[in-house]
Design a protein around this ligand. Structure first.
Ligand code: PLP
Length: 380
């Protein structure tokens, strides 16, 4: 029996290695390493897959978030609402622009930002609330499609519209997921994703993309991507960054997107098998997928009381696991200055202490899943 992998990028590479080699060779042959033809081709394919008008490929999922906020002119004095139960990048970009993240607790079943608490937070938001003497204006919301499951966008979009705020969907983990017949990354004013290797659709380095139906926003994003370019790159009409996706990564992604639908199906099969087998372990809570949602299964995460104990025992039994996230953002050293206390976001805090992600990738076979569940059952 080979070693159990938490994510198995090697199995995937083996499946498409000849295509990957040919695609990279083609880029080496034409030599257009920056914004080569593969970049536009990929953007077309991704926009079509998601079902939106514009895809702007970028250098990472973090740059994608940053650039989307820049396109909405987010800066000092602006408040952006998001979840504390996410990867740090979601909050980091808000702070990087000098704006203030306002955390809102999550739904205990889906782990996404809780629309009801979001409403309370927006309504109770004191327009005069100040950070260092400066008043704050509610400007936008960043829901996160955590572990691959889209947030509740109908509720969130309606709220945001009512309060004149934009919604930025962080689909770094959700790419490939579905919400009420629509693909993740098409569910808000603007959406971002990441092609970090371990994400559902990953490249062989850093990469990301931004999606929108808004023509004007797409134009601004293309400008921000190349140093705020105007008519050409030596005409600079706004402050931008170097946010481009490498041609080689685009060429690799073009090969991966061909097998992505079959990989999503395989992830779905793995998740269903886990959930079925785990029914025999009553102390484990399995993921909840609401009706008319589909997860991209970036992670398969369970809730258990003695999480740290189980993780250690599984490690000794050669079953790798992950903890996303053991520290909600309001407990991170970088965010201590906001001044939150334990108990401010009770659901995020409780979930952080109990969450455990099991091995999840499209190449996990039934025998291995059985073995993992057997170990969980035995060691609990
Ligand atoms: C991975 C991730 C990001 C950042 O993507 P990078 O490509 O690593 O910069 C942002 N948000 C979430 C929720 C993520 O999981």
């Amino acid at each position: 029996m080979s070693k159990i992998q938490f994510t198995d990028l090697h199995a995937q590479q083996k499946r498409i290695r000849p295509q990957i080699d040919a695609a990279i060779k083609k880029v080496l042959d034409h030599g257009q390493y920056i914004m080569g033809p593969e970049v536009a081709e990929l953007e077309g394919r991704l926009a079509e897959f998601v079902g939106v008008k514009h895809c702007i490929s970028v250098a990472s999922g973090t740059d994608a978030l940053l650039m989307a906020l820049m396109a909405y002119d987010v800066g000092p004095g602006d408040a952006v609402f998001t979840t504390p139960f996410t990867f740090v990048a979601t909050g980091e970009v808000i702070s990087l622009l000098g704006a203030t993240p306002v955390f809102v607790d999550i739904d205990p079943r889906t782990f996404s930002i809780d629309p009801q608490k979001l409403e309370e937070s927006i309504i109770n938001f004191d327009q005069r609330s100040t950070i260092n003497g400066q008043s704050l204006t509610p400007k936008g919301v960043i829901p996160v499609d955590l572990f691959g499951l889209p947030a509740d966008y109908d509720a969130i979009n309606e709220l945001a519209k009512k309060h004149d705020m934009f919604v930025l969907e962080d689909a770094a983990q959700g790419f490939g997921g579905v919400y009420k017949g629509r693909r993740a990354a098409s569910l808000a004013d603007v959406a971002t994703t990441s092609f970090f290797p371990a994400k559902p659709l990953g490249c062989y380095g850093d990469g990301g993309a931004i999606f929108t139906d808004d023509d004007e926003l797409a134009d601004i994003l293309c400008s921000i991507r190349v140093h705020g370019k105007g008519t050409d790159k030596y005409d600079n009409v706004r402050i931008g960054i170097n946010g481009r996706l490498d041609t080689i990564q685009a060429a690799i992604l073009l090969q991966k997107i061909d097998i992505f639908p079959s990989e999503l199906e395989a992830r779905q099969r793995v998740a269903q098998t886990y959930s079925k087998l785990l029914q025999v372990v009553p102390s484990v809570l399995t993921p909840v997928i609401p009706d008319s949602y589909a997860s991209a299964w970036a992670q398969y995460s369970i809730l258990i009381q003695d999480r740290d104990g189980l993780q250690k025992k599984l490690k000794d039994a050669s079953v790798p696991t992950g903890i996303y996230y053991s520290k909600p953002l309001h407990f991170q050293a970088a965010y201590l200055e906001i001044g939150h206390s334990p108990g401010d976001f009770p659901v995020s805090e409780s979930v952080s202490a109990r969450i455990l992600s099991l091995p999840m990738h499209p190449y996990l076979d039934d025998i291995t899943i059985n073995l993992i569940v057997e170990q969980v059952n035995k060691l609990l």
